[in-house]
Ligand binder design. Structure first.
Ligand SMILES: NC(=O)c1ccc[n+]([C@@H]2O[C@H](COP(=O)([O-])OP(=O)(O)OC[C@H]3O[C@@H](n4cnc5c(N)ncnc54)[C@H](OP(=O)(O)O)[C@@H]3O)[C@@H](O)[C@H]2O)c1
Length: 287
């Protein structure tokens, strides 16, 4: 304009940011930190039953993050005993590793990100002695924001090698659950747990973990340890991250006592989510 009058101020409104998977995870973490079964974090509202509403725009990945994690946040806050989520990454033919124990990696990056988010959600990450011996895992949160609170190794016969990272790296506390005392492992607390039916009494272990404030534990493998937890009826959610891969031989995922007829097979209510090339099946086994 050439008439000498002052230009009209123009307000440039930036479009509201679309919530992506990382934003969604950070909102979930805010609700987790609040420790209540319902609440608000920014545009996100969580209801007591795990239902949610988000006032902003969000991507499909963000929606999956809300759908997967918010029911667990609500359930954890209400848990009256340690809630168990068991997670295994497996091939189409139900293998979690080769016979020699090689398992890096069955799953794609998106499924590994999910695993690390599950670690960050959990108050404790539990693995069996076989996984510690063969994989030497760190069990820490590295692929997303969050912390590793407690690592628990189920080692009834005190066989796990003491030089493994989970005992030696000092990156998070580690608890060694044994049925017999064995040699002490430097920097690691040992908890003696009674046996029941020739195996570790997992109810006794979980009672003790609950007394320490563990409301939600992630059982991360291997197959034998997850199967032990399933046999005792203590798995609330079974998450299987299935990769489009056929190993054809190897270490099995879940192995339960044999049944005669398919009528006796478990057919739990199941939700499905895409994790990159992999598919996550979440089976509701508990309340
Ligand atoms: N793809 C995945 O998601 C994934 C995840 C984890 C591990 N892995 C792979 O899985 C393999 C290891 O799995 P795995 O099934 O052979 O071993 P595992 O489950 O890691 O450990 C098995 C050991 O756990 C002990 N255990 C656990 N719960 C028990 C209970 N209630 N009572 C008695 N003992 C109990 C037993 O120790 P004792 O023998 O001392 O009795 C058993 O030998 C490795 O190759 C690893 O790479 C894959």
């Amino acid at each position: 304009m050439q008439d000498g009058s002052a230009p009209t101020p123009v307000t440039i409104r930036s479009a509201p940011r679309t919530i992506d998977g990382t934003d969604a995870w950070n909102l979930v973490r805010q609700l987790l930190a609040a420790g209540t079964p319902d609440g608000r974090a920014g545009p996100l509202a969580l209801a007591n039953d795990g239902g949610w509403q988000c006032a902003g725009k969000y991507t499909p990945e963000a929606e999956s993050v809300f759908e997967i994690f918010l029911p667990l946040v609500a359930a954890r806050a209400k848990a009256r005993r340690t809630m168990i989520v068991a997670l295994l990454g497996q091939s189409l033919d139900g293998r979690i590793a080769t016979l020699s124990g090689h398992s890096h990696y069955v799953n794609c990056d998106a499924a590994l990100l999910h695993l690390h988010r599950m670690r960050a959600l959990a108050d404790a990450v539990i693995v069996g002695a076989g996984t510690v011996a063969l994989d030497d895992p760190q069990l820490t949160v590295r692929r997303c924001e969050g912390t590793t609170r407690l690592r628990v190794v189920v080692d009834p016969d005190a066989r796990a090698p003491a030089d493994r990272k989970v005992f030696a790296d000092g990156r998070a506390p580690t608890l060694l659950a044994r049925c017999r005392s064995g040699d002490p492992v430097a920097g690691t607390e040992t908890m003696l747990v009674p046996r029941k039916d020739d195996a570790m009494d997992l109810d006794a272990l979980l009672d003790r973990l609950y007394a320490r404030g563990v409301r939600l534990a992630l059982v991360e493998g291997g197959g034998r340890t997850v199967s032990h937890f399933m046999t005792t009826g203590r798995v609330d959610r079974l998450q299987l991250a299935v990769a489009p891969m056929v190993i054809g031989s190897g270490r099995p995922s879940i192995a339960l006592p044999p049944i005669e007829r398919l009528d006796d097979a478990l057919r739990p209510p199941t939700r499905r989510f895409a994790l990159g090339a992999d598919t996550l099946f979440e089976c509701r086994l508990g309340d």
